[in-house]
Structures are given as structure tokens and as C-alpha cells.
Design a protein around this ligand. Structure first.
Ligand code: N01
Length: 538
């Protein structure tokens, strides 16, 4: 049988051709499996294909947010900036896809609509929106934790006569906001990255903020030849540190706890992290996300820095969060975000004070005003972690749907397997560190684990692996126990499902650290896939 994008009976179906899906194709194919990948977009790239809004960059350093499995890839590709733009990351992904000849295994412009288990054969029947049916022994969901964009149900949104853009579905042709009155709704990472650039173009920009967010300057810069040479000569060491770290990047917290350090040491440590830039500020000290006193030290340093760059103290009051500890929502990574509010053409509107009531043909009406606009940008986020999976009818044992199974919150073992769904594997699913870690390394780790599990099954003549209900229950309890020991549950974050009306409030991630998590996964495998049943088709 050919290992191409037209086989109807395959070993594995992979859903998604982002970082995770592409690596899954490469890895499983190199183990001799026949693999089909389905991708909704016309091209590879996943999140980096869709999120092409102005200012879109990754908040993990480029040299770390790249595949580690091939020395050749590491040595041949040269990143140009500390934090890569969406465009550069997409070029990298395309380059890898070409180099590894991945495209022939991918069916583009095609969504998987259902995956149904045959309990007797333990094979899956996968159906696409093109009407194609494929059967596979393994289904690998590389659908991404942040791929189901969320558009709030603002009354009248569909009557707006101007242009509407969602940051996660940005057009491919350039959008010109010059001479336009523009509104941005949402001040998460996507809003905070795009607002400064839209402000430079627009005649007038209205920023509608519901919850202020913590954002630390990226400190982005061009990488010099010597920067690149140093990374390339030490890549193995850099990766080794990343694999052992809390978040998949080669940075370690200060050796002391926050309040064990002297005031000078503390300040110097915060300064160093501020210079490093972005999201890593939440890991300056190891107790920062556990101890409220430690967290408040970081928050006060943060507030001082941010107030210093905002001209109007009342605007600063609105922009500085006061409802959640710093880092309990992902810290945003910006370039000139707060300075943007010093511009005469930018106005901040607090949706908490004056809620959006409706949208009409001409603009946005809040409880106290109407704003005439020509263009509307929705930077309103995602139905994270579960949204993309919920769009697919995944039907396991006894006709049980995954959506129904997860009605009270996602249930997984290790974020990899689900009871009742043998040989269905999630990549970076709920219950894994996922978005708390470097997603490229995380995807590699998951795919490697899945590939090893397949080898184990094959070498022992077995058909399938299925998490037991008990191991799922225990893993959820473990994730909850670890989350409750931290400050994370104090925020109404998308980690908790809090941004989607009606979504169950559960902390959806494993918070014990990337290195610790990888050890647990390795122990499970070494113990003969402890917590999984090993099954044979009847
Ligand atoms: O989405 P978000 P995002 N009325 O959910 C607001 C990754 N990412 O796309 O906070 C008014 O964070 C909402 O308000 P509130 C990264 O992991 C990474 O920005 O719910 N406002 C919030 O302000 C990130 O965390 C990068 O009160 C409404 C905003 O919309 C994740 O993706 C770049 C509203 C949504 O913010 C998500 O980021 C971009 C309503 N009805 C994204 N509904 C980098 O690597 C929602 N909002 C740098």
C-alpha cells in the first residue's frame, strides 16, 4: 500500500498538520507505518498558518521553539530574531515539510468530521467533510489546544457594515487600516501584540478591554551571527536543559525562594527576568506561583515598571490588573503595548465599567456611548484545550461520544489517552502541561511516546492501548491536587475554561512541570504502560 494521501486503509490517521501533526507523520512514517494526515487549511502550519494578525510572534525564543529531533534541521535553519514572527515560523514549518517530504502524506482543505470505533476489530473509521472514509488502527489528534477561535455573541454583530477580522482567522492579503476608525475587542496575547501596530496605521483606535492583562516587554532583537553560532555549537546542552525544565525552555529560576533573597537580590533577579522578556517573568523565583507573598513581590515590581511608561495615571489604573495574581493567566509578551495608550489616536474603554450592549451597522454601543467605526478586530481568544476536539464526533466504546464523556470537564490519562477510546491518542491534550510548556518540544515528546507505545504493541503482537477509568480518575485527581497547591485556580483564565460561557470550570493542565511530567510518562511506559490496558482484537 502506498504511503500517500489517498489510501483508504491505513495504520494511523493524524488530524492536523501543525508542528505536532507534521512530526507525527515523519516519526510514524519512519517506523514503517502507513499514515494519512488531514488538515483543514490549504497548507501546513496549524496555528501559525491561521494567526497572521499584525505583530503575531511566538513568546518562546525562536531557537527553542523549533524541532529538536534532527541535528541537521537545527544546524541548517537560522533564526533571525530572538522572538520569531508568525511569517518566519511559517517559513520554517514549510521548509521542514519540504525537506522531510511530508506533503504527499497530507490531505489539505479537509476536516475530519467523525472518528468511530469498531469495538470488535478495535479499528477507527474516520470520515471527512469531503465525504472520504478511511479506516485506521490509530487516531492521533494533533488538533492544537488553541485552534477553535471564539467569537462572542455580541447582539447585532452580523449587522455591522464594516470589515470584521478575528485575529485567529486573519486574511492572507495585507489589511490596511490607514484613515480608518478601528475597534479592537480583547486584550489577551493576540490583542496586546496587534494593538500597537494597528494604532500606528489607524486614524482612531478604540481598545475595548474587559480584563486587564499582565504583559512584559519582549525585548525582541535581531540575532547576530555570534548569537546564532553560540546556540548552534551548544544546541545539545540547551535542549537538555529545556527537557529538564519546568516549561520547556533552558532557563532556571533563582536558586533562593523569593523572600529568602535579600531585597537587592530580589530586585536584581526581577530585573534580569524583565530583560529576558515576556512570559518567563512568572518563573523568576520557584515559589512565585505558589506563595501569594512571593507573587505580590513580583506584581509590585511589575506595576512599577508599567506605570513608568504610561503617561495618564487613570489609564494606568485601568491597564494594571487587580483581579488575579501575576502569571495565573499567561503573561503576554509585547512590544510597546502600554506606550501605545500615550498616543492621541488611541482610546481605552473598560468594558467592565461600560459593557458592550450591541453592535449595529455603524459601530459599537456600550452602556454610555456609541463608537462609530469602520473596522472591527476580534481578539477574543479560543475555546481552548477541548474546542477543536469537540468539533469532531469522536465515538468510542458503547457508542459513547467524547463530547458527552467530557461534559463535566476533560478526562484523560497523562493528557494522552482516554478510557473508552482505545488507540485514540491526544497530542498536547488536556491533562498534559501542554500550553504551559514549549509546544514544539511538548509535541515531540508526545509523538515519541505514542510511537514507542505503537512499537511496544507491535513487538508483543497486541492491538491496542486503552487508559483505564481508574487511571483517568487518578490522573485528574493528581492534576487537581497540583493545581490547588498553586495560585492558578484564582484566575478566571482559559486554563480553567472560564472564557467560554457554560464551560465547566476545571483546571485543564498538568502543572507539575515539563521535566517532571516527562519522567512520569517515561515511568508509565517502562512499567509496561501502567494504567493502560493492553488489548487484542477479537
Ligand atoms: O486570547 P485570550 P488570545 N467581551 O483568551 C476578551 C496564545 N497566544 O488569542 O479576559 C469583551 O487570552 C477577553 O477578556 P477576559 C497564548 O497562550 C500566544 O489573546 O475574558 N471582551 C480577553 O481580553 C494566549 O494566552 C501568543 O475578560 C471579551 C480577550 O478577549 C492564548 O493564545 C500570541 C469577550 C481574549 O484573550 C490566547 O490568546 C497569541 C467579550 N464578550 C496567542 N470575550 C504568543 O506566543 C473575550 N474577550 C505571543
Amino acid at each position: 500500500m502506498s504511503n500517500s494521501a489517498d489510501a483508504g486503509v491505513v495504520d494511523a490517521v493524524v488530524v492536523g498538520a501543525g508542528f505536532a501533526g507534521l512530526y507525527a507523520l515523519h516519526k510514524l512514517r519512519s517506523q514503517g507505518l502507513v499514515v494519512r494526515v488531514f488538515e483543514a487549511a490549504p497548507e501546513v502550519g496549524g496555528t501559525w498558518y491561521f494567526n497572521r494578525y499584525p505583530g503575531a510572534r511566538c513568546d518562546v525564543e525562536s531557537v527553542d521553539y523549533s524541532y529538536s529531533f534532527s541535528d541537521e534541521l537545527e544546524q541548517e535553519w537560522t533564526w533571525t530574531e530572538k522572538y520569531a514572527t508568525q511569517g518566519e515560523i511559517l517559513r520554517y514549518i514549510n521548509w521542514v515539510a519540504d525537506k522531510l517530504d511530508l506533503r504527499p502524506g497530507i490531505t489539505f482543505d479537509t476536516r475530519v468530521v467523525s472518528a468511530t470505533l469498531d469495538e470488535k476489530t478495535l479499528r477507527w473509521t474516520v470520515v471527512t467533510d469531503a465525504g472520504e472514509t478511511v479506516t485506521a488502527r490509530f487516531v492521533i489528534m494533533a488538533t492544537g489546544p488553541l485552534s477553535a477561535a471564539l467569537t462572542p455573541a455580541f447582539p447585532g454583530l452580523d449587522t455591522f457594515a464594516g470589515e470584521v477580522y478575528h485575529t485567529a482567522h486573519w486574511p492572507h492579503e495585507p489589511v490596511d487600516f490607514s484613515s480608518k476608525r478601528v475597534a479592537v475587542i480583547g486584550t489577551g496575547s493576540s490583542g496586546i501584540q496587534s494593538i500597537p501596530l494597528i494604532a500606528e496605521q489607524a486614524e482612531q483606535l478604540y481598545v475595548f478591554q474587559r480584563t486587564p492583562n499582565y504583559s512584559v516587554p519582549a525585548g525582541n532583537r535581531t540575532l547576530t551571527e555570534s548569537d546564532v553560532a553560540e546556540v548552534k555549537s551548544n544546541y545539545a546542552e540547551r535542549r537538555a536543559m529545556s527537557w529538564r525544565s519546568g516549561g520547556g525552555s533552558p532557563h532556571v529560576a533563582h536558586p533562593k525562594l523569593t523572600m529568602e533573597a535579600t531585597a537587592e537580590e530580589r530586585r536584581a533577579a526581577f530585573e534580569r527576568r524583565w530583560e529576558l522578556g515576556g512570559v518567563l517573568f512568572s518563573k523568576t523565583f520557584s515559589d512565585q506561583m505558589i506563595d501569594p507573598v512571593a507573587n505580590d513581590e513580583a506584581r509590585r515590581f511589575y506595576e512599577e515598571k508599567v506605570r513608568a511608561v504610561i503617561d495618564d495615571p487613570e489609564v494606568a489604573d485601568l491597564l494594571i490588573p487587580n483581579d488575579h495574581p501575576i502569571g495565573t493567566k499567561r503573561i503576554c509578551t509585547d512590544t510597546n503595548y502600554f506606550q501605545t495608550f500615550n498616543r492621541p489616536n488611541v482610546r481605552l474603554i473598560s468594558v467592565r465599567r461600560t459593557p458592550i450592549e450591541s453592535i449595529d451597522a455603524t459601530g459599537i454601543t456600550t452602556s454610555d456611548a456609541h463608537y462609530d467605526i469602520d473596522a472591527l478586530v476580534l481578539a477574543t481568544g479560543f475555546d481552548a484545550m477541548t474546542g477543536a476536539l469537540a468539533k469532531i464526533d469522536i465515538v468510542g466504546r458503547g457508542g459513547q461520544g467524547l463530547r458527552e464523556d467530557w461534559a463535566e470537564g476533560p478526562r484523560t490519562y497523562l493528557g494522552l489517552g482516554v478510557d473508552g477510546f482505545p488507540n485514540l491518542f491526544l497530542v498536547s491534550g488536556p491533562g498534559a502541561p501542554a500550553v504551559l510548556a514549549n509546544m514544539v518540544l511538548h509535541a515531540e515528546a508526545h509523538v515519541n511516546w505514542i510511537a514507542d507505545a505503537i512499537t511496544h504493541l507491535d513487538s508483543h503482537g497486541h492491538t491496542a492501548l486503552e487508559a483505564t477509568a481508574e487511571s483517568v480518575d487518578n490522573w485528574i485527581a493528581e492534576c487537581n491536587r497540583r493545581a490547588e497547591a498553586t495560585l492558578f485556580p484564582r484566575a478566571n483564565s482559559w486554563y480553567m475554561g472560564a472564557n467560554v460561557p457554560g464551560k465547566p470550570r476545571v483546571f485543564m493542565l498538568f502543572i507539575g512541570g515539563f521535566g517532571v511530567y516527562l519522567d512520569i510518562c517515561a515511568e508509565v511506559a517502562a512499567a509496561g504502560y501502567k494504567g493502560f490496558q493492553i488489548l487484542d482484537a477479537s
